[in-house]
Design a protein around this ligand. Structure first.
Ligand code: F6P
Length: 441
């Protein structure tokens, strides 16, 4: 087994799972997931052949799913759930599915929610710890936001661990992104250092869909659907003017997945700008020249810009947010002003600017996302009950997996400018393959 993706456990799984599943094919019952069930991280045949030739095993991730034997005695277990960072459609669906699986599947009776992110684990804030039960979460699915509240930023690790100890929480589920993972990993390490047998299981939550080794995070389907509808509005505005530009800014701090996918979902887009692909404003290859050329053949243009794109055109921001992210300049407003100024000579030009960012991330999930939220929460609940810790659940190649937190911290997934997604965007929009005279291999 490839040790790089080894999942830590709290100890031996001595308790028979109360979930009544099958153990063999043909008994008309879904089976427990075997402890050695794994999926390869790279499905490329060449990568697999290289390992076979070298006599090594290809890197693989543990498969998620209910285990036949579990670590925790459900009736004695106290569980904590915390939601951190920016909103994302589907958080409440995840909370509900966690509570339902733990309660109905395993018989866990004591589930607690920490309010407003990691601050809820710091007594200094005096936020109440809320009881979560099937009755209290029954109707929360399909709603936006988080019933637990959220905030950015970590809290002193020792303080958070003291809180877990005082409340006798032995299994903590943290729902969040990059910053949340860093804190979850630190909590996990500190628990180990103290010799405390408390599990930490993370559920990836980011509207940007930028978690490595995770092909899709919950809320992303909703984000693309709503972004696509904003693009449709921009298109309607643009084509209704004598000479119109519809400019849409979408979230995506370092990764342009929402922008790229929304442009593929709504083929009216003529130009997509993402953080991963630099662009010039001036010059023969620049954005203004491209727009000039478009004006000569089309009366309308739709531009989609991810918030992290073109930051080199803006004054550099020094400050960071509570999660430690560098604050971004407002590329949407900047482009609006610059395009209007540059093309002021075109008397009939109308530019309509739409920024649906917070409407998107606070929206209720699509049915597709709701389904996904259920899967991911169930996978997390099963992992936690089996005593797995220091890990996140994810999905790769269509399978739900366990990923060591250590491999996720400080890493982000990006749109590959040389990959299929970006090529598809270029083919769909018809935009130049490059909008810069530099950075060409
Ligand atoms: O981190 C996810 C994200 O949605 C980014 O795309 C965006 O920059 C950020 O959150 C904005 O969040 P907030 O306004 O809460 O800082």
């Amino acid at each position: 087994m490839n040790d790089g993706f080894h999942i830590e456990t709290l100890g031996e799984t001595r308790i028979k799972s109360p979930i009544k599943l099958g153990t063999q094919p043909g008994d008309l019952l879904a089976d427990f997931t075997a402890e050695d069930a794994r999926v390869v991280t790279d499905t490329n045949i060449k990568a697999i052949q290289r390992h076979m030739a070298a006599g090594t095993e290809p890197p693989s991730l543990e498969l998620a799913g209910p285990r036949e034997h579990i670590y925790f005695e459900p009736s004695k277990l106290r569980v904590g759930i915390v939601t951190c960072g920016g909103l994302c459609p589907g958080i409440n669906d995840v909370i509900r599915a966690l509570v339902m699986t733990l309660h109905h599947g395993y018989g866990v009776a004591s589930i607690h929610g920490f309010k407003y992110g990691y601050a809820g684990l710091n007594p200094e804030y005096e936020y109440p710890v809320v009881d979560l039960s099937p009755a209290s979460v029954r109707d929360v699915h399909g709603t936006g936001g988080t019933i637990l509240g959220t905030s950015r930023g970590g809290q002193p690790i020792e303080v958070m661990i003291d809180t877990l100890e005082q409340l006798d929480i032995r299994l903590l589920f943290t729902i969040g992104g990059d910053g949340t993972f860093r804190a979850a990993h630190a909590i996990h390490e500190q628990l180990k250092a103290r010799g405390v047998k408390t599990g930490v299981v993370a559920i990836p939550k980011t509207i940007d869909n930028d978690i490595p080794m995770v092909e899709r995070t919950f809320g992303f389907d909703t984000a693309v659907a709503l972004a696509s509808s904003a693009i449709q509005s921009a298109h309607s505005e643009a084509i209704s003017a004598a000479s119109g530009i519809g400019l849409v800014k979408l979230m995506g701090r370092h990764a342009g997945f929402i922008a790229a996918n929304a442009a593929l979902a709504n083929r009216n887009v003529n130009l997509v700008l993402v953080p991963e692909v630099p662009f010039d404003l001036e010059g023969d290859s620049g954005l203004y020249r491209y727009l000039e050329k478009r004006f000569s053949k089309a009366k309308s243009t739709v531009i989609v810009v991810a918030e992290g794109a073109g930051q080199h055109h803006l004054p550099s921001e020094k400050s960071t947010d509570a999660s430690g992210n560098k604050k971004l300049g407002d590329i949407g407003t900047f482009l609006k002003q610059q395009i209007e100024k540059t093309f002021a000579y075109r008397k009939n030009l109308t530019l309509k600017y739409i920024d649906p960012s917070y409407m998107i991330r606070s929206a209720p999930p699509t049915p597709h996302d709701s389904i996904f939220c259920g899967y991911v929460a169930q996978a997390a609940a099963h992992a936690g009950m089996a005593g797995k810790t220091g890990m996140a659940v994810g999905r790769a190649h269509g399978a739900f997996t366990h990923i060591p937190l250590q491999t996720l911290v400080h890493k982000q997934k990006r749109v590959d400018p040389e990959g299929q997604l970006w090529l598809s965007v270029l083919e769909s929009t018809g935009q130049p393959f490059t909008l810069t005279s530099s950075n060409r291999g």
